[in-house]
Design a protein around this ligand. Structure first.
Ligand code: FES
Length: 158
């Protein structure tokens, strides 16, 4: 989406929430959804600050406080590979390699179709099925190459 279209979408979101400062979190959540790359573009944060009459520092404070907000473009789905000690011991490195091979990208990159990005994360409480991964709120473990390919196809809607 180009910048003008995105700013116009942002106007609609702000209007939907009555232009109220108290709805900043909801506005940021909606913005990330429509941004096209699952993140909060800087120019939009400036616009929010101006339209809500809030200091930019306050908008950034909220935008950086919550881990669900991204500040760099990401894929539609973010695959998080746990790299904390228990998952590491159970083969998180090999699992990372498998994902990199299947997706054709490295950790920190986005697939060319914009659907996936790959990143490491810390423990999210699925150590019993380590090495574990998370896509949104879905958690997967005990993964083989075949299972990974299945999951990727499912998210791509193939
Ligand atoms: S250490 Fe990986 S999910 Fe807990």
């Amino acid at each position: 989406m180009n910048k003008t279209a995105l700013l116009s979408q942002l106007d609609e979101i702000i209007e939907k929430y009555g232009g109220l400062k108290d709805n900043l979190l909801q506005i940021l959540l909606d913005l990330q959804k429509v941004s096209g790359h699952n993140y909060l573009p800087e120019e939009c944060l400036e616009e929010i600050s101006s339209q809500l009459n809030l200091p930019l520092s306050k908008v950034y404070e909220v935008a950086t406080f919550y881990s669900m907000f991204n500040h760099e473009p990401k894929g539609k789905y973010i695959i998080e590979i746990c790299n904390s000690a228990p998952c590491h011991v159970e083969g998180a490195d090999d699992l990372t390699q498998l994902f990199e091979d299947v997706l054709g990208i490295k950790v920190g990159e986005i697939t060319t179709d914009g659907i996936f990005s790959l990143q490491h994360s810390s423990c999210f409480g699925a150590c019993d099925i380590s090495p574990a991964i998370k896509i949104g709120t879905e958690v997967y473990g005990n993964l083989t190459k075949e299972k990974i390919e299945e999951i990727i196809k499912e998210y791509r809607g193939e």
